[in-house]
Design a protein around this ligand. Sequence first.
Ligand SMILES: Nc1ncnc2c1ncn2[C@@H]1O[C@H](COP(=O)(O)OP(=O)(O)OP(=O)(O)O)[C@@H](O)[C@H]1O
Ligand SMILES: [Mg+2]
Length: 329
Amino acid sequence: MKLSLSIGKTGNLSGAGFGQLFWRLFGRLNPYRRDNDSPRHHPGMSVEDKRSETTERTPLHGSPDERAARALAEPGGPLIECRALTHTYHTRLGTRITAIADVTLAIDAGEFVCLLGPSGCGKTTLLNMVAGFLAPTAGELRLDGKAIHGPDPDRGVVFQDYSLFPWLTVESNIAYGLLMAGMSAERRKAEVGALLDLVGLPHIGAQYPFELSGGMKQRVAIARALATHPAVLLMDEPFAALDAMTRESLQRQLLDIWTRTRKTILFVTHNISEAIFLSSRIVVLSSRPGRIVEDIRLPEDSRPRKRTSPEFNRLYERLAQAIGVEGSE
Ligand SMILES: Nc1ncnc2c1ncn2[C@@H]1O[C@H](COP(=O)(O)OP(=O)(O)OP(=O)(O)O)[C@@H](O)[C@H]1O
Ligand SMILES: [Mg+2]
């Protein structure tokens, strides 16, 4: 499934207007292309990629869920692959800020990976590169073996702010990507119904975002991100604005969704407890420029992880030391 919207030259997408939001969520906002839409050299591409960039991108083979299942069944290459990934911002004042430096990371299909690190270490920058909103300055970045060339419905994104369209009902918000992809009204209704069930909000389709609590809005945002059946769910501090109780409740619900869908999730947080509770793997970044300083796999049989257990606290201490904070939350 592909969306056919396109706009021309793009920049960095840190702003927050609805226009930008629209393109971030659903458009082919593509920092890799020029105005004339001709293929542009990708700084991190191998010779093979440069050769293939003149041919049209072929959709990934099979549905994303099938692909994830296949990758799990037959261990081949990783689903997400970053090699020596670097991003340097050029600021308005002419200075350069290297946010992420030399990050090499391979994420397998079905993993729940938390990126943990202090504020400003480049977590969002890394996530935005995987989302395709930002181009790497150096290094390689691949999804399912193919270089990433911009946003695609294969990667669903959930932001920290409640990024729903306020003028659309919950149902229309969730169905927006499906509408753009040309899905029939009947199928859209069925898909939205299933997604609302999945996030535990079966009866709110006709409501507007302003009628929902913060936690409900984020669950709708998760449903919307899952609507196009992405291979990967990218989440940038999605629960940071919620109170502690709602946050823990949504963490449990997200784990439940992950268990049922086995989506590959890349989740940014600077909350250590959240990372330990959720992850199958925690990747710790140093302060800017972000480099990987720890890569810890957590045993699946330790779920649900009890926040008061000695193991939980030992890992908490280790992570707090790794990111250079004591009691970050
Ligand atoms: N558009 C930009 N132009 C210039 N510098 C930027 C831009 N966006 C981010 N930066 C800088 O890059 C660095 C990394 O920013 P980023 O937003 O990726 O960090 P982060 O780890 O997500 O932080 P936080 O936890 O506070 O969200 C910061 O020093 C930030 O100031
Ligand atoms: Mg951030």
